[in-house]
Design a protein around this ligand. Structure first.
Ligand code: SAM
Length: 242
């Protein structure tokens, strides 16, 4: 990893903001990820994130914290929050912004236990591929205190494919779903490309999971999975517990 994401966060934090991050995926063209969005305060967060923060209890782990916006909010509310990220630049920024507990760490290496584990801004992305979901869920479960909760947001990105092009004579969502299943890996598995100031990151794998598939995966590792809130654009917040 070249840590392009971290470099962009550091630039923004140090007052060198001149460009945004450019993203694209295996199924979509170029898009802009505005750097200020990664420094959002509570009032600028989507409703799903606001609800997740309101549900927090006890000691919180902010997984893939980025610039640390969620941890900062929680700290101000009096919570003990630990922010982890694999990006050194992100952790440097979170630290400089005032997050008290930070660590450059892959979630799979975390060994402390928590009452709330937060994975926000398409939290399932970190799982990368459908076949890895149970490995991540089992690990998250192993670092959860008995009455703890895991709060994850994601989206059902079926809408990003064009169903009208693939309807058979019967039409309908089932035949469309069959088509997706027969012709590809899970439709939420994307290759994700980011570039910033002309530099390209090594392509990442990024997973969007629909709620039913996540619920099924949770059942296989004996986690309860409740739908907390749905957003306006096929996005949702879910709460997992033991
Ligand atoms: C979409 S960003 C979200 C940042 C932040 N949560 C927010 O909402 O602004 C995803 C973050 O997850 C981090 N990440 C990816 N895989 C990770 C892993 N296995 N363990 C910890 N962090 C990871 C990335 O470096 C990145 O900062």
């Amino acid at each position: 990893m070249k840590d392009i994401f971290g470099k962009a966060l550091l630039d923004y934090h140090n007052g060198n903001y001149s460009e945004d991050i450019i993203t694209s995926t295996s199924i979509s063209g170029e898009d802009i990820l505005p750097l200020p969005y990664l420094f959002r305060d509570f009032s600028e967060m989507p409703k799903l994130e606001q609800r997740a923060l309101e549900l927090c209890k006890g000691k919180v782990l902010d997984v893939g914290c980025g610039a640390g916006s969620h941890s900062l909010y929680l700290q101000k509310k009096g919570f003990e929050a630990k922010a982890i990220d694999i990006s050194e630049g992100a952790i440097e920024v979170a630290k400089q912004r005032g997050v008290l507990r930070t660590e450059v760490l892959n979630i799979l290496e975390e060994t402390e236990r928590f009452d709330t584990i937060l994975l926000l801004m398409n939290g399932t992305g970190i799982f990368q591929e459908l076949r890895q979901v149970s490995k991540y869920l089992k690990h998250l479960k192993s670092i959860l205190n008995p009455n703890g909760q895991i709060l994850i947001d994601s989206s059902d990105i079926k809408y990003m494919y064009d169903p009208d092009s693939y309807r058979d004579e019967d039409g309908g969502p089932d035949s469309y779903r069959d088509w997706i299943d027969a012709n590809a890996n899970y439709y939420g598995e994307l290759d994700y490309f980011i570039s910033y100031k002309g530099e390209k990151e090594i392509p990442l794998k990024w997973l969007y999971l629909d709620f039913q598939t996540l619920k099924l995966a949770c059942e296989t590792v004996s986690l309860q999975c409740e739908l907390v809130l749905e957003g306006a654009h096929f996005d949702y917040l879910t709460q997992l517990s033991l």
